[in-house]
Design a protein around this ligand. Structure first.
Ligand SMILES: [Zn+2]
Length: 200
């Protein structure tokens, strides 16, 4: 059964069908497509709002399949049109980047983040680190130290530039940081993996 309607009060664990591969999954693992004001099929920037939406896996293959088959338009009950899969991929990627930045800055505000090599090493040896984050443009030394600190259950991911991480954590540049809260870390790993999966 295909479900395309949403209401703001719906359970967050509601299931939705990917319009491309037809898998029925938790809607949090899909992105919502809408008909934009300009008539283009686009990622919904505010998925909490109601109205008609079409859901798709945030993968290049499902987005491209949906575009080719006009599956989103069918689900949205609008006329088939040229759908720009590349633009949708870029929008989905930016939405995951935004989400990751939001998680990081709120973790920083609640002091759940160790910033800089010394703090990360301490946090890791104390057993408090759940995720070690290195900047995408971090140097080789930082990368290899991060790798040696991310042992056991500690995840390791690359995200953002040193400058971008610095802006999130009120520093000039940040090459490495560690997230302590396990739930936030798990969500960050998922979000960063989805972001990275949509690269280029
Ligand atoms: Zn799919």
């Amino acid at each position: 059964m295909q479900v395309t309607e949403t209401t703001p009060n719906e359970s967050k664990t509601a299931q939705r069908t990917c319009v491309a591969c037809r898998a029925v999954v938790d809607r949090s693992s899909l992105v919502r497509l809408v008909e934009g004001p300009d008539g283009a099929i686009a990622v919904d920037a505010k998925p909490s709002l109601g109205g008609r939406g079409a859901w798709v896996h945030p993968t290049k293959s499902c987005i491209e399949t949906a575009a080719k088959r006009h599956a989103a338009e069918r689900s949205l009950k609008v006329e088939p049109r040229a759908v720009d899969a590349k633009a949708i991929v870029a929008q989905a990627r930016e939405s995951f980047a935004r989400r990751a930045r939001g998680l990081l800055s709120s973790a920083f505000r609640s002091r759940q983040i160790a910033v800089g090599m010394d703090a990360v090493a301490q946090c890791s040896s104390d057993g408090r680190a759940a995720l070690i984050l290195v900047a995408e443009d971090a140097g080789d030394n930082t990368r290899s130290r991060a790798q040696s600190l991310a042992v056991g259950t500690i995840s390791l991911r690359a995200f953002g530039s040193r400058e971008a991480l610095g802006a999130l954590f009120n520093r000039g540049e940040v090459a490495i940081a560690a997230v302590e809260e396990p739930r936030v870390s798990a969500e960050l790993v998922l979000t960063i993996d989805r972001y990275a999966g949509l690269e280029g």
